[in-house]
Write a new protein. Structure first.
Length: 293
């Protein structure tokens, strides 16, 4: 009997997080793929490894016996890969993105990249899209993941989603006139989209909060005293979406683009770009899976 390390990695991750959905996020794979790997491992061992219940999953007695061995095998595997793969890519990669995207998307991308290319060192520059693209054109960044790509730059669209009006679910602040806003400071494209939308429908507003930080915007909205324009995937369950029925105009979709110059198969940027594409493919598959469920 020979163990499959990818199955063992799924097993150890589920055992650690006690959740198939959370393991799916960490490993950047759809939940069905994680479940299939566990099922194959259980079939190979002729044993049930997890007990599934409303609170998540727990290890069976057989699962408890397998876990320490699985951890050791993965540790030895990863150590051997790092020691023997002398041709692993090494060097610095300068990545440009926005604070919002760094907060919401970058964690899983970096985890996958670090596991695959441990010799790669990454330097992230956050800023508004206009300044990020300017840095890229000046050669100060190797790869960019952000919105509002200039027409003269070759890029690919990674992700499209709506910009939505939101406020705290427990607040009626959206009924106030003028409505108090919490938006990114001047220079942010989202800010201009939001303000132009309100002007076009003649809705009065007052600027109550400015921030260059995504976390700052979320905190302001969570307080219940402000309305903001937020990407759907970057909000949280404590927010509610405001629509035309509430007096707020649709803001349309935003596109996240990726651009880099060195497309050679063995270049650092190409390797990082492949990980990024995999992440967004996984993200789309996961959303589709949740809709089906």
């Amino acid at each position: 009997m020979n163990f499959d390390t990818s199955q063992l990695r799924s097993f150890v991750t589920v055992a650690e997080l006690k959740s198939f959905s959370k393991s799916s996020e960490r490993l950047c794979r759809v939940q069905s793929a994680i479940s299939q790997q566990i099922q194959k491992l259980e079939k190979q061992l002729n044993a049930i490894l997890f007990i599934r219940n409303r609170n998540g999953v727990t290890l069976t007695a057989q699962g408890e016996r397998l876990l320490p061995y699985a951890v050791k095998m993965l540790s030895i595997n990863d150590e051997a890969v790092s020691a023997l793969c002398e041709n692993q890519p090494k060097g610095w990669l300068r990545v440009g993105t926005s604070d919002t995207y760094a907060t919401c998307f970058l964690k899983d991308i970096l985890m996958s990249c670090s596991e695959r290319y441990p010799g790669l060192q990454i330097e992230v520059h956050c800023g508004y899209s206009e300044s990020i693209w300017t840095m890229y054109e000046k050669g100060q960044l190797d790869i960019v993941l952000t919105q509002c790509c200039p027409s003269n730059i070759n890029s690919e669209t990674l992700h499209v989603e709506p910009l939505l009006w939101m406020c705290s679910r427990t607040s009626d602040v959206y009924k106030k006139t003028p409505v108090p806003l919490a938006l990114f400071s001047k220079g942010c494209a989202d800010r201009e989209i939001a303000l132009n939308g309100l002007v076009q429908v003649g809705k009065d507003y007052t600027m109550g909060f400015h921030s260059s930080s995504h976390a700052g915007i979320l905190a302001a909205v969570s307080s219940g005293y402000y309305v903001s324009a937020i990407l759907a995937s970057t909000s949280n369950q404590d927010f509610k979406v405001l629509t035309e029925t509430d007096g707020f105009p649709p803001l349309g979709n935003l596109e996240i683009s990726m651009a880099y110059n060195d497309h050679a198969d063995n270049s650092l940027t190409q390797m990082f770009a492949c990980v990024v594409r995999e992440y967004f493919r996984w993200s789309r598959s996961r959303k589709h899976q949740l809709k089906v469920v």
